[in-house]
Design a protein. Structure first.
Length: 97
């Protein structure tokens, strides 16, 4: 199972954006059920540098929310992809300052 850019979850978000909340919720539950089955006994954390909280998203995210200095390593690629799209609006000049 691929978590990042998962097609079922992407369908769920499309349904939510189009106003089909119930359909979105059903699709999300389908994703979560598959996730639970697939990763009940496997490591799902994509972080390359394992830390004490590796695979424990709830505590990892709470720690990062609490200190507020940066986001978890596993979320950085997604955020960077989204920021790249925004930075295109100013021809990527933010990095030149």
């Amino acid at each position: 199972m691929i978590i990042e850019e998962n097609p079922i979850e992407k369908q769920a978000m499309k349904a939510f954006h189009e106003g089909f909340r119930e359909e979105g919720l059903k699709l999300q539950e389908k994703f979560v059920s598959a996730f639970r089955r697939e990763y009940a006994e496997k490591d799902h954390c994509p972080c390359k540098k394992a830390c004490r909280y590796h695979g424990n998203c709830k505590e990892c995210v709470a720690i990062h929310r609490a200190h507020g200095e940066h986001v978890p390593n596993c979320m950085q690629p997604m955020i960077n992809r989204r920021l790249k799209i925004l930075s295109e609006l100013t021809e990527h000049t933010l990095g030149n300052e």
